[in-house]
Design a protein around this ligand. Structure first.
Ligand code: LLP
Length: 437
């Protein structure tokens, strides 16, 4: 894909030297709302959701998309996805609470936590949320809570760890013997047999191999292993599965030289393989679930920021901006690449190499090293791409820097969907003991 097409793919385009996002002038947005600011494109969220839904429907109509809420918890985003018919994957009771507050019914939520507490179980059983367990040891505790709350034990699911995984960084690979997630092969029959014995009536099964997978082939081995274990459980225990959940992980092209994930290939490897097993009569006719977060939310959002300092230390050029790793931690935490471009390239002839750095009091506060950009001046605006997944949700008020606002664009209009934090927000929950007053 050439560079202009790659930008267009993300709904970005230069018109007479000014960067437009979702058909709006980024300079106007920056001037109107101030920076740093997250700007979210509603139509991009809808588009990516529809692409996945189309891919699934082509092969197997009994499908559901569970949006991985951890990638973006904004209530407006959840509403948008609800209106598309999405389901929701939560990793904590806080995420479940957020979904319920946004009006999502409990039967549209799956709770794939790990290291569950009894409080987590109580919360979800009370709300009739489907729990996807992560360890054999949790099963008895969950059953007890159903009994204590006098709720019928109906549907339960377990997360399988197929040992083959993938991801953009070691911290985002979620399978393997030395990884905390899921249940290894030798315990899988045992957990379902125990669940049956404890009175659960219906079953699902889940795996999530990692996050940020841009090569569809990486799904091949884990999916093969998954289908084998599913057959084995069915044969040995005579149960059938209501659903098979293949997790998320679908990557996006953060770098201009990376092509988008090949959805046809993903469909061949995951969805069609699943369909073949069904056609061979091996696994019944379960519903298929996938749990994408990043694929739906990442490209929907840019982070607008302003250059405040150009520093030539005699060795290299730094462009200091008003967003830091408190605002978007992915580059610092994983060394992730986020493309950075100017909002206004008019009257800029020369290029220079800059380290783009934030104001956080740590040397690791770097968004990009030696980025070639048109010559920058203090006051220029920059756009950091693909900030919609694990951007705001992983932000913090570190260095007592309040988190920024979020703006939604739809049909050429802008809506503030989150206020910027204030200094008072930073202090809100602190209590000074009387003796120190
Ligand atoms: N399902 C489960 C059970 C997960 O643990 C995750 C992500 C997903 C679905 C969604 O994965 P996605 O489709 O978004 O790749 N903070 C990291 C990513 C951590 C993902 C954790 N689990 C990052 O910024 O790259």
């Amino acid at each position: 894909m050439n560079y202009v097409d790659w930008l267009n793919y993300k709904d970005l385009e230069y018109r007479q030297g000014i960067l437009y996002f979702a058909n709006l002038n980024t300079l106007d947005i920056a001037e109107k709302y101030g920076t740093p600011i997250y700007v979210i494109n509603e139509q991009m969220i809808r588009k990516r959701y529809k692409e996945l839904k189309y891919m699934l429907n082509l092969v197997y109509k009994k499908n559901r998309i569970y949006f991985a809420v951890k990638s973006n918890t904004n209530l407006a985003i959840l509403k948008i996805l609800s209106s598309e018919g999405s389901y929701f994957d939560c990793s904590s009771t806080g995420e479940i609470y957020t979904c319920l507050k946004s009006g999502i019914p409990p039967d549209r939520i799956i709770y794939t936590g790990n290291m569950f507490t009894d409080q987590d179980f109580e919360f979800s059983v009370k709300q009739d949320i489907l729990v996807n367990l992560d360890s054999f040891s949790q099963l008895k505790r969950l059953a007890k809570i159903y009994e204590k709350l006098e709720k019928e034990k109906i549907l339960i699911s377990f997360r399988y760890n197929p040992e083959f995984g993938a991801g953009h960084h070691p911290h985002t690979i979620t399978t393997g013997k030395d990884i905390k997630f899921g249940i290894l092969e030798h315990q899988m029959v045992k957990v379902y047999s125990k669940a049956k014995e404890l009175g659960f009536k219906k079953f699902g099964i889940h795996q999530h191999i990692g996050s940020g997978i841009i090569e569809a082939n990486d799904y091949e081995m884990p999916v093969e292993k998954f289908l084998i274990i599913i057959e084995k459980i069915i044969k040995e225990l005579g149960i059938h599965f209501e659903f098979v959940d293949f997790g998320g992980g679908l990557g996006i092209p953060y770098h201009p030289e990376t092509d988008p994930l090949d959805l046809n290939r993903y469909s061949d490897i995951v969805i069609k393989k699943f369909k073949e097993s069904i056609e061979n009569g091996e696994i019944g006719e379960p519903c298929i679930f996938i749990e994408p977060g990043r694929y739906i939310s990442a490209e929907s959002s840019i982070l607008l920021t302003q250059v405040n300092t150009i520093k030539d230390n005699g060795f290299k050029l730094f462009a200091g901006i008003d967003a830091g790793f408190n605002t978007l931690i992915r580059p610092t935490l994983y060394g992730s690449y986020h493309h950075i471009i100017v909002c206004d390239e008019r009257d800029k002839e020369e290029n220079s190499k800059y380290d783009i750095v934030g104001p956080i009091c740590e040397s690791g506060d770097i968004f990009g090293k030696e980025r070639v950009l048109p010559e920058l001046s203090e006051g220029d605006y920059l756009t950091i791409l693909d900030a919609g997944a694990y951007g705001f949700t992983m932000s913090s008020p570190y260095n007592s820097r309040p988190r920024p606002a979020e703006i939604l664009i739809n049909d050429g209009n802008t809506f503030k969907i989150r206020e910027e934090e204030t200094y008072d927000d930073l202090l809100r929950n602190q209590i000074v003991p009387d003796y120190l007053k």
